[in-house]
Design a protein around this ligand. Structure first.
Ligand SMILES: [Zn+2]
Length: 391
């Protein structure tokens, strides 16, 4: 028996379809309704034209948006790095091992502990309106531990990324070439069955352009699509390499030359900005305005990880992007939903149009603009995923 649910009296509905509503990129419809049928959107339009449904839900004039698409997180880890953050924010030097600290804790954790951690952070994200998320390996750095991380991640999402090339494993400190060989050989073979994407941290102190090219090319040969941690801490080859290899996304994009901006504007690679990282490290913001004005596609994401951005809140990232990165509230909302979908090459999420997944969030506010206007306020009051109320 088909079951349908109609959500009526939506004050402002974001569809992300410019053909609907007011003609803008968000496809805003006032006094709207959405009809869900099983796990899909069946109909959107004005409430007074909505077809009958088995059950109705009264939105009472509040706003509805597509569920957030968080296209960049690192959730398979154990422990946290509270002391490191506290020292950094207190102006004290702290020389513990950064990512290496999390690698040691993650290797020591049981499968059940890692799985419980992923589930906990996903529940946290879901409550805040995130209905699609990507997550990565990268805190194992052995064949066994990377494959284990991806196997656990794959139980929670289809958007799984192999990041054996997060940093050179401490076990290979004197032999980075040997580590690249492992990442492109035995480790890749063990990890590819669980992953859709291959990623590399292309940065001074991590992997240079030649190493990154070798890692991404090997991943492509195994059927994985590239995405790249690019130009986060310094200028470098990451963005150009991402565009050249047709990566789905170049992530961070904090230090860009004009050539980098032009390459992103002309290529198919989405520029994914992760302001939680700049917030948590007191670093300079990426310039979203420059990318948007050049014509690049921009996504916003949390980068949720214990070291440099321990937030699962897309609403918080929207507020930062509007306050400090030159985005309008409309652009930031688009980038956190449709932009994230583009960064994952998905057409079925990040929009509320007939046929899309029935993934949406009801806000305790009359407009999506309140996400930036009322920062830090828990405005997400109901979440549907696959047509079911889940938060
Ligand atoms: Zn990251």
């Amino acid at each position: 028996m088909a079951t349908t649910t109609a959500i009526h009296n939506i004050g402002s509905l974001v569809t992300n379809d410019p053909a609907l509503g007011d003609g803008g990129p968000l496809g805003l419809i006032a006094d709207a309704a959405v009809v869900l049928e099983r796990d899909r959107v069946a109909w959107v339009g004005p409430t007074d034209k909505a077809p009958d449904a088995d059950t109705t839900y009264d939105a009472d004039g509040r706003a509805v948006i597509p569920g957030f698409v968080d296209s960049h997180s690192h959730l398979v880890f154990a422990g946290d790095r509270t002391q490191e953050f506290n020292a950094r924010m207190s102006g004290r030097g702290y020389s513990a091992g950064g990512i290496r600290t999390t690698v040691a804790a993650t290797r020591a954790a049981t499968d059940a502990e890692l799985d419980a951690n992923v589930a906990r952070y996903l529940r946290e994200a879901l409550r805040q309106g995130t209905t699609t998320f990507e997550t990565k390996s990268g805190y194992g750095l052995t064949t066994h531990d990377e494959a284990r991380a991806l196997r656990i991640a794959a139980q929670h999402t289809d958007e799984v990324t192999y990041l054996g090339a997060h940093i050179v494993s401490p076990d290979y400190a004197d032999d980075p070439a040997g580590y690249v060989e492992l990442v492109t050989g035995e480790m890749l073979d063990a990890c590819a069955p669980y992953a859709r994407w291959v990623d590399v941290f292309c940065e001074k102190g991590a992997f240079d352009g030649d190493q990154a090219r070798a890692i991404l090319t090997a991943g492509k040969a195994k059927g994985l699509t590239p995405r790249v941690h690019a130009n986060q801490l310094s200028y470098g080859p990451g963005v150009q390499l991402a565009v050249e290899l047709d990566a789905a996304s170049a992530d961070h994009c904090t230090h860009l030359t004009q050539q980098d901006v032009d390459a992103l504007a002309q290529g198919n690679t989405v520029a994914t900005l992760l302001p939680g990282a700049e917030f948590s490290t007191r670093a300079a913001w990426p310039d979203a305005r420059r990318l948007l004005d050049a014509g690049a596609t921009v996504a916003l994401s949390t980068d949720c990880n214990p070291g440099s951005s321990f937030t699962s809140s897309m609403g918080f990232c929207i507020a930062l992007a509007v306050r400090d990165m030159g985005m309008t509230p409309d652009e930031a909302l688009w980038s956190a939903t449709a932009g994230g979908a583009a960064a994952l090459r998905r057409e079925d999420v990040g929009r509320l149009t007939p046929g899309a997944r029935a993934d949406l969030a009801l806000l305790d506010a009359p407009s999506h603009v309140h996400l930036a206007y009322r920062p830090g306020v828990p405005l997400v009051s109901r979440v549907w995923r696959d047509g079911e109320i889940v938060g």
